[in-house]
Design a protein around this ligand. Sequence first.
Ligand code: FES
Length: 105
Amino acid sequence: MTSTSWIAIAAENELAPGQMKRIEAGGKHLLLCNADGKHYVVDEMCSHEDYSLFFGCIQNGRIKCSLHGSYFDLQSGQPETAPADKPICTYPVQIKNGQLWICPS
Ligand code: FES
């Protein structure tokens, strides 16, 4: 882990399961998601239309867009249900010294 590529974004225990946090890192608008205790970072905006996934919810390792109802796998970013047909980007997350770190590039 190098300080130039990894950015600390939250305390390890900041989010409860099912919670999300908007973050800005590397010039990108991202979402930190706690899905049943495992953390993921994905693009904030849905790939279908320019709508924030922050207004959706986390269910069974997926995030649901509240505008038209597409689900995206938080690990792969792949859409699982229409109308979205393109993936959202996902970013690696690490835990170190009680902090969550991401590599936004
Ligand atoms: S804007 Fe997300 S599914 Fe349409």
